[in-house]
Design a protein around this ligand. Structure first.
Ligand code: UDP
Length: 382
């Protein structure tokens, strides 16, 4: 069977995790031949998106104007969708690839649908089955699940979520998560950040919309409790770029003994720090996937997670967001080494680091089949 030929693939990304998780797909498409990847940057998270692009050496082919910082969620969504519609008009892609569950993901899929362009969804099928949590991500990925032609699910659980919702088996492919590919590519030979003498390090990140406000205050209080209860712990809070979050985190933690607030870090620096920790506490999706690769136990700072595979495997636990609950679980693991060790196993419930190759294999077969079905394209392909 012939391979794909001259397939223009628009890759839509606008946030840090999308850049990290689509970089391997772009590289695999370029390496395969027959595909022309066109990176369209929505600039949804202007600073973090740019930092990730620079670190991973990606120059976007199309950079759209960023939405206004103070715009509502709906206004940001409408802006991104309108800009993507214009970009698709110029780029004339054969396929649009979106990743995950951001506004750019859903707007990218909806703008493509409106132009009758096929959509491939990377990291498809993640669900909590609760539209309120995570908000708005659960809603966005459900929308994309309805519109995509090809669904690249990281795990069997995610694939099952799609087929149970009526997506045909023939359109769902279990590939692993491309975020694990990025870790594999970046982490080879990556030395962990040196330890601070006599201290065990834990890393914390918190940025999800549903955790703004009370949950953030609870977690910051819990961090002070943990620091007070465990004398040899050092807590490194890697702050997000969001100004309101930063302001609260710096106000409560900066200058405190055995507390550091840093970040946002470049991707490889973030991985080096993660590798040096005895535990990570986070509401980040990507961190739940990355930490188990390094054998770092994860306390998930949320009431539910769409990444239960790590919890089921015993390398992550749901900590919730109450002050007593978070502090209690963290202190237990930090004072009972045997208990912590049960979670400190290096395994990767979300993939083996070769998801992008599998995605490109599926696309190659898909477009080769189309070529075989269409005599005019076959003639043009020579
Ligand atoms: N990350 C990074 N620098 C940081 C914090 C995180 O490069 O200071 C990376 C991390 O390795 C992961 C991704 O950003 O690949 C996760 O992004 P984020 O937590 O913003 O979003 P989520 O994964 O929750 O969608």
């Amino acid at each position: 069977m012939q391979g794909a030929t001259n397939v223009r693939v628009a890759i839509v990304a606008g946030t840090r995790p999308e850049v990290v998780k689509l970089a391997p797909v772009r590289a695999a498409l370029a390496a395969k031949g027959g595909f022309t990847p066109v990176w369209i940057s929505t600039e949804q998270q202007a600073a973090l998106n740019r930092q990730a692009l620079d670190t991973l050496g990606i120059a976007p082919d199309v950079a759209l104007p960023a939405p206004a910082n103070d715009a509502s969620l709906a206004a940001r969504f409408a802006h991104v969708m309108d800009q993507l519609d214009r970009a698709y008009e110029k780029v004339q892609p054969d396929l649009v690839v979106v990743q995950g569950d951001t506004s750019s993901t859903a707007a990218g899929a909806m703008a493509a649908f409106a132009r009758r362009l096929p959509v491939a969804h990377v990291e498809a099928g993640l669900r909590t089955f609760d539209l309120a949590s995570p908000f708005p991500e659960e809603g966005w990925r459900c929308v994309v699940g309805q519109l995509a032609e090809l669904h690249f699910a990281p795990t069997g659980v995610a694939a099952g979520n799609l087929t149970r919702q009526g997506v045909a088996d023939s359109r769902v492919f279990v590939t692993g998560n491309t975020g694990v590919d990025s870790v594999r590519l970046a982490a080879a030979g990556l030395a962990p950040e040196p330890a601070t003498e006599g201290l065990r390090r834990i890393m914390v990140t918190l940025h999800r919309r549903e955790n703004w406000g009370e949950a953030l205050e609870n977690v910051l209080g819990a961090l002070l409790d943990i620091r007070d209860h465990v004398p040899d712990v050092e807590i490194v809070f890697v702050a997000h770029a969001n100004p309101a979050l930063r302001q609260r985190v710096f106000a409560l933690l900066e200058g405190q003994a055995r507390m550091r607030v840093i970040g946002p870090l470049e991707y490889t620096d973030f991985l080096r720090l993660l590798k040096s920790c005895v535990m990570v506490m986070s509401d980040s999706g990507g961190v739940q996937e990355e930490a188990p690769v390094f054998g770092v136990p994860v306390l998930v700072l949320r009431e539910s997670t769409e990444r239960m595979e790590a919890v089921t495997a015993g390398v992550a636990r749901l900590a919730g967001v109450s002050r007593a609950g978070v502090a209690g679980l963290a202190c237990l693991l930090l004072t009972d080494e045997a208990e912590r060790q049960t979670m400190a196993r290096a395994l990767s419930p979300f993939g083996d680091g070769y998801a992008a190759e599998r995605i490109v294999e599926v696309l190659t077969r898909h477009y080769a089949q189309r070529l075989a079905d269409d005599p005019i394209s076959r003639l043009n392909a020579g």
